[in-house]
Ligand binder design. Structure first.
Ligand SMILES: Cc1ncc(COP(=O)(O)O)c(C=O)c1O
Length: 415
């Protein structure tokens, strides 16, 4: 895994160069697009600082990145300059982070992990319908109980069957016997096609599904399946802290990934990334998108080019080496919390390569959880868990204060 680190001035000149290759609403004859630069009363383009602010300059120029630009040359050419930056971003993610060979993948910057996950379900559903003439009642999506709610949301939207597998309450691993049994019973009940969602870190626990165990079983039974990795949370951290993991395109069992820029990467909201092997996007081509050159393959349609540029800028300013260091720092800080919890004999779950620490709610008062804004697993009834997510703003001082108060509480018998 390697991508080069750029200096601020290299980034600036590359972004401004790409912007200069876009069609400019201010200086060129553009009569047909229902888009323009941002409102000039608020976003005036002669603000002096803009010449040093590449992201804001792209935001104001407002390029639309509608469509998927890795698919070939046939796409909107108004904004081909910033499309190139998005292509470099997708290349870094697919080739460097997830080990794909050049030209073997497609991808785009989606609105978030939800869209990227639903895009995957949509593609595989249509593949089964188009290639195997499947009925919707013959297709099922399999996922663990700790899976993000965007998967059930997608199942609902796409009219699919969901098969939820329980997790072990201590290890947070899928109950594997149940996985086997539910798949066997689905087969007996007429399900022929499976979409498997595998979590490369769950939202609440940071747990990572055992992909090898799952695919060994599926392959042994010659199950017809497509496998999507939900790395919306873990995608920009786990590959850096666990370099020998099996979540990459060298793993033939995987077809697609979701990874969110607006989580670990500290990019603005609207920066989910969807990656998939070549020859899959065609199943969601909306041919009715006649006015869009190159057609549309995404759920969202129009999307901001500034978002793609911003994620690229963040990856480039750190380079792969800097990013790896940064992710290790978060994980180390999470480890310190865990060491203290061990001392206090407080029950928690934590994956050693992730920055989420999820504490058993029996060991903490609700007041303390609220004071430090820990997030509960549920809001409507008494929570079982509260999580700490060690993000860059979670500094050692706050952690120390929290742990001191937590320690003081242990004098009272909370359990
Ligand atoms: C594992 C996982 N998948 C999907 C999502 C959905 O992401 P978004 O809120 O960006 O749509 C999240 C968000 O927390 C997540 O943690």
């Amino acid at each position: 895994m390697f991508w080069e680190k750029y200096t601020q001035s290299q980034i600036k000149s590359k972004v401004f160069e790409s912007l200069s290759k876009n069609t400019n609403y201010r200086t060129e004859n553009i009569l047909g697009i229902p888009g323009t630069f941002l409102d000039t009363d608020i976003f005036y383009d002669d603000a002096p600082f803009l010449k040093d602010a590449p992201f804001l300059s792209v935001l104001i120029a407002n390029p639309n990145h509608i469509g998927v630009h890795t698919l070939g040359d046939e796409h909107e050419d108004f904004f081909s300059g910033t499309h190139e930056i998005e292509k470099d971003l997708i290349k870094i993610c697919a080739e460097e982070i997830f080990g794909a060979e050049p030209h073997t993948y497609d991808g785009y910057v989606a609105s978030g992990g939800t869209e990227a996950n639903i895009e995957a379900l949509w593609i595989y559903r249509n593949l089964y319908v188009q290639e195997y003439l499947a009925n919707l009642n013959e297709i099922a999506v399999v996922y663990s109980a700790d899976t993000h709610y965007s998967i059930p949301k997608g199942i609902n939207l796409l009219n699919l069957n969901g098969i939820e597998i329980s997790v072990n309450q201590i290890s947070r691993e899928m109950v594997f016997r149940e996985f086997e049994q539910k798949i066997e019973s689905a087969l007996a009940n007429g399900i022929k096609y499976f979409i498997i969602n595998v979590n490369m870190s769950t939202t609440m626990f940071g747990s990572v599904d055992d992909i090898e165990k799952m695919t060994n079983f599926l392959n042994l039974l010659h199950i017809n399946y497509k496998l999507h990795v939900d790395g919306a949370y873990g995608g920009f951290i786990f590959p850096f802290t666990n370099i020998k993991n099996l979540f990459n395109f060298n793993n033939k069992n995987i077809s697609s990934f979701s990874i969110d820029g607006h989580k670990m990467l500290q990019a603005p909201y609207g920066t989910g990334i969807f990656l998939i092997r070549k020859d899959f996007m065609k199943y969601v081509c909306t041919n009715e998108a006649g006015y869009v050159k190159g057609k549309d393959y995404t759920l969202c349609g129009s999307r901001s080019g500034a978002n793609a540029v911003c994620v690229w800028m963040i990856l480039r300013i750190h380079g792969s080496v800097g990013w790896t260091v940064k992710m290790h720092q978060l994980v180390d800080r999470a480890t310190l919390i865990c060491e203290k919890l061990d001392e206090l004999k407080i029950k928690y779950f934590r994956h050693p390569d992730l920055n989420i620490v999820t504490i058993d709610a029996n060991y903490m008062s609700q007041e303390l959880a609220m004071k430090f804004h820990l997030v509960p697993d549920k809001h409507d009834v008494k929570p079982n868990w509260y999580k700490i997510v060690v993000m860059p703003h979670v500094k050692q001082g706050i952690i120390d204060n929290f742990l001191t108060e937590l320690k003081n509480e242990q004098h009272f018998n909370l359990r």
